[in-house]
Ligand binder design. Structure first.
Ligand SMILES: C[S@@+](CC[C@H](N)C(=O)[O-])C[C@H]1O[C@@H](n2cnc3c(N)ncnc32)[C@H](O)[C@@H]1O
Length: 328
């Protein structure tokens, strides 16, 4: 009968991990710019409030809670950001600020978690329920969200690039199409490492424009082409391989089939890079933001086989990402 025996600490722990207060307090601190504002210039809530268009008493409540978290500390001159809190600053260089800010792509999308129950009941993303259109349409309508999302993708890719370039033999391909390739930081690095290769990146026009600029900066000339358009439409034909890096987890099975169908026609091989369902938290993020999910190896084999694609190899390219090589 041990099933119903519990101790007080279990209740405290459940209360702690189910609380919305602290995560929201941190996100509001970032959204109001408190970590940067209070870094070198301590101030009281009363002094800060007018500049932030905040209520002084409510702001003081927020700052008092942030003090208990070690994000700010009290000094004689008012609240000051601690070294720990400075990690949340816009210039901290760790990407956290961009993930948490209410008006960044990720921070805004995370607010849809209040409708997680809708996603669990229907299997649909909660994002459109909250914002009236899906994530990608919202990014297209609001350039600052698109910019924040592209920056988030570039931030995470920066650390992975050396491993992804080194851990897989890209030199086997004469031409590589990077499907949904973002700003092309990875493709540029692959082409730089293999001067005989050519690349072609496809992404939505606003992001594709960033890739053109990046390739120009890297002096890749005619070796790197860019097409602004949708991967639901026909892709550049005749490639040795099509790369789908963190693409399929954004989509449900029906849409993933449509993307794979385009790749199977355009390339001899299809290279799928994903995390193979290693994080339950990330799965829920994909569900709520996009109606997608991380899939396991067998899910990908099943999806790909419908397009005449057979799994040839699995290569761990970074700590959290595997490259599945399919051939037709
Ligand atoms: C999760 S990001 C991955 C970007 C890049 N592959 C990487 O790993 O950094 C998904 C990418 O798909 C692009 N995307 C979304 N819908 C698209 C569509 N219909 N056609 C082409 N690209 C699309 C987004 O603009 C974004 O760059």
């Amino acid at each position: 009968m041990a099933g119903w025996i519990y101790v007080d600490t279990d209740i405290q722990r459940l209360r702690q991990i189910s609380g919305l207060i602290t995560p929201m307090a941190l996100r509001v601190a970032v959204t109001l710019g408190l970590p940067d504002r209070l870094r070198d210039n301590p101030a009281t809530a009363r002094e800060l409030a007018p500049g932030l268009e905040a209520d002084p008493l409510a702001l003081d409540l927020l700052l008092a809670h942030l003090t208990t978290l070690g994000v700010v500390e009290r000094t004689a001159a008012g609240y000051r950001t601690t070294g720990f809190g400075a990690l949340l600053g816009a210039g901290a260089g760790n990407g956290l600020n961009n993930l948490l800010h209410h008006d960044s792509a990720a921070g805004r999308a995370d607010l849809a978690f209040v409708d997680l129950v809708h996603s669990v009941r229907t299997g649909e993303p909660a994002y459109p329920l909250r914002y009236g259109q899906d994530f990608w349409a919202d990014l297209a309508a609001q350039p600052h969200l698109r910019e924040a999302f592209d920056r988030q993708m570039n931030d995470r890719m920066r650390d992975w690039i050396p491993q992804v370039v080194a851990n897989y033999d890209w030199s086997r391909f004469g031409t590589l199409v990077d499907v949904g390739g973002g700003h092309g930081t990875l493709l540029a690095a692959i082409l730089a490492a293999h001067p005989a290769m050519r690349g072609h990146l496809v992404d939505l026009e606003e992001t594709a424009a960033g890739a053109r600029e990046l390739f120009r900066e890297h002096g890749l000339g005619e070796r790197a082409e860019v097409t602004g358009g949708s991967f639901f439409d026909p892709l550049p034909a005749g490639a040795d391989a099509c790369l789908l890096f963190d693409i399929l987890h954004d989509w449900d099975d029906e849409q993933a089939h449509r993307i794979l169908a385009r790749c199977a026609v355009a390339g001899e091989r299809v290279l799928v890079v994903e995390s193979l369902g290693e994080s339950t938290e990330f799965d829920l993020v994909m569900l709520v933001h996009f109606g997608g999910r991380d899939r396991g190896l067998h899910d990908f084999e099943r999806l790909a086989s419908a397009h005449g694609l057979t799994l040839e190899s699995v290569t761990q390219v970074t700590g959290g990402r595997s490259l599945l090589e399919f051939t037709r």
